[in-house]
Design a protein around this ligand. Sequence first.
Ligand code: NDP
Length: 295
Amino acid sequence: ADLSPVTVIGLGPMGRAMAATLTRAGHPVTVWNRTPSRAEDLVAAGATLAPTPLAAVAASEVIILSLTDYQAMYDVLAPTARDVLAGKVVVNLSSDTPEVTRTASAWAAEHGAGFLTGGVMVPAPVVGTPDAYVFYSGPEEVFDAYEPMLRLIGEPNYLGADPGLAQLFYQAHLDVFLTTLSSLLHATALVTSAGVPASTFLPGALTFLTGIPALIGERGAEQTARQLEAGEHPGDLSTTLMMGATADHILRASEQAGIDVELPRAVKSHYDRAIAAGHGTSDWTALYEVIKARD
Ligand code: NDP
């Protein structure tokens, strides 16, 4: 069967990877980009460069967006929305806050368009390979209708009807990632302050990092999740008091080394507040009680 036409708007590294993948799979692909020269390789590979956003939207039933943020979507689509958006399905794979994506979903609905939000969890070169995966949210029937085509980009993981969920999951994963990157650099600065080269430290730190699932997994990530869900934090091996003392040592060592203290100060504050709230002799998972409620 002939594959259905797809439009890709936004040809940064990510949009180009998606358009190339869809073209290679045999979909008729129409592209548009603010800077048209970024479409050259795609056109050579068989994609069609639309002269305007209106023409790009008109060319396909489904429009994939890969833009810097959601404001860029309004910049590109708002002038043409009244004319061509009705009956279309917009799949926005750009990053923004969950709340902004919910508002955009309502905006699309006002124009008679279906709307899926997505978060691509891999870098552009991995798009279209078996290692790629993407979080989606929005109306389930819309997701189901386009799932085979979306699968070409990466393994789709549908989270639910709330349009905010895809970016929420994207950000939750990047929360872990970015915090880990900063902690690795902070830890490296701590070691190099004593004249030890980074190369002596980093490989071991990465080994330690990959061992963390096993540390948490003494009881399993599922058991940890159950403790968080139940709000109960039994355990006398890694208590908040014991771990908090370490957090304090890291903060003071950072001060003495003359390096950044913001990160260890933030970590220590979790322990201080959990201990003040009476969780000192509980398992470290009790930190969740002060983290989940901003005071
Ligand atoms: P880029 O910043 O390279 O590309 C952004 C695209 O948005 C370009 O096509 C740019 O057009 C366009 N754009 C930005 N602002 C406007 C505007 N006001 N009007 C019209 N077009 C605009 O980003 P990437 O391709 O790297 O990423 C795209 C999205 O994918 C982002 O939301 C990013 O967070 C997400 N993502 C990226 C990953 C990656 O590895 N690159 C990984 C996971 C998610 P122009 O070419 O004219 O500048």
